[in-house]
Design a protein around this ligand. Structure first.
Ligand code: DGY
Length: 322
């Protein structure tokens, strides 16, 4: 059996596949493959371990020659896969839920704290030699404790961010999701809002945790952002295209919102012009799940999913197609 890995991942996942006696081909290029390269290198493979940067549809699957039985995505999000077309070819798909929940929730919280306390701006200020002694009003930030956190998307990651806010910072949590979670409300004292707009109006801090779907693309646009308080902060660790980045830049520039921190960009790796010139935004390069432990676990889970399918069983964490 041949497994094609579209970009080098931590060793453990690769070793697990080799220990099963599979022939493992890892792309020799440390970059995103072109569509032609993806097709060429995957030809004749039984399984493909793909990255969120690989766009795979029915035509790519066809060009692989009908041998591929599973595409194991090295990510929890899978908007890079045309799931309907791939499923129609009888190819299984899997993602990596759960193993990255804590890490992404930590990153989201790190961004919330960092933007509220102006950590990155203060670091830049200090390194530039601008600190000439303590001042009563130097780089004043905002407290998070006892404020209102608005969560949009109360899935695994969103609910962990809410948990940290309640347990660690005595925050009041409000949330919007397509599904209400009364059990969570009882446990965390969180309150449901019928519309995202209501969360945007009331929250002091907003954190987005929805998948990228047709219905969530540009969900955060100028209309929604204009409901935010001028003192409120916005954080996105889900997918970039959920936010209209030009509208976000304009709101930050005009000061109609206080600050933002984004780990995901609308057109990675390109940033909206001038966004990076603003002091009231922190930008990380899609690294919310990038800890040694988690990236290793993601590789192990992707490898396990491949092993299950190539040994004739169902994947452990399948992507289900509606
Ligand atoms: C995911 O898993 O979807 C993250 O965006 C990358 O780890």
């Amino acid at each position: 059996m041949k497994v094609f890995i579209t970009r080098k991942i931590p060793a453990r996942g690769i070793d697990m596949l080799k220990e099963k006696g599979f022939e493992v081909i890892v792309s020799p290029h440390d970059r995103v493959l072109t569509r032609d390269e993806l097709v060429e290198m995957g030809r004749g493979a039984d399984a493909v371990l793909a990255q969120l940067t690989d766009r795979i549809d029915g035509a790519v699957v066809d060009s692989w020659g009908g041998s591929v039985k599973i595409i194991a995505n090295y990510a929890v999000g899978y908007d890079n896969l045309n799931t309907k077309e791939i499923a129609a070819k009888g190819v299984r798909m899997s993602n990596t839920p759960d193993v990255l929940t804590e890490t992404v929730a930590e990153h989201a919280f790190a961004l919330l704290l960092s933007i509220a306390h102006r950590i990155v701006e203060s670091d830049r200020f200090s390194r530039a030699g601008k600190y000439h002694g303590w001042e009563p009003e130097l780089l004043l930030g905002t407290d998070m404790s006892h404020k209102t956190l608005g969560i949009v998307g109360l899935g695994r990651i969103g609910s962990r961010v809410a948990h940290h806010a309640v347990k660690g910072f005595d925050m009041n949590v409000i949330y919007y999701d397509v599904r209400r979670n009364e059990q969570f409300e009882g446990e965390m004292g969180a309150s449901f809002r019928e519309k995202a707009e209501d969360v945007f109006k009331e929250a002091d801090f907003i954190s987005i945790h929805v998948p990228l779907l047709d219905s969530t693309r540009h969900m955060v646009n100028a209309d929604l952002l204009q409901h935010m308080k001028p003192t409120a902060y916005f954080v996105n660790t889900s997918r970039g295209p959920i936010v209209d980045e030009v509208a976000l830049r304009d709101a930050l520039r005009a000061g109609t919102i206080k600050g933002a921190a984004i780990d995901v960009w609308e057109n990675e790796p390109e940033l909206t012009p001038d966004l990076a010139n603003l002091d009231n935004i922190i930008i990380t390069p899609h690294t919310a799940s990038a800890t040694i432990e988690t990236r290793q676990k993601m590789g192990e889970l992707a490898a396990k999913n491949i092993i299950e399918v190539l040994e004739g069983r169902e994947p452990l964490t399948p992507i289900k197609v509606a």
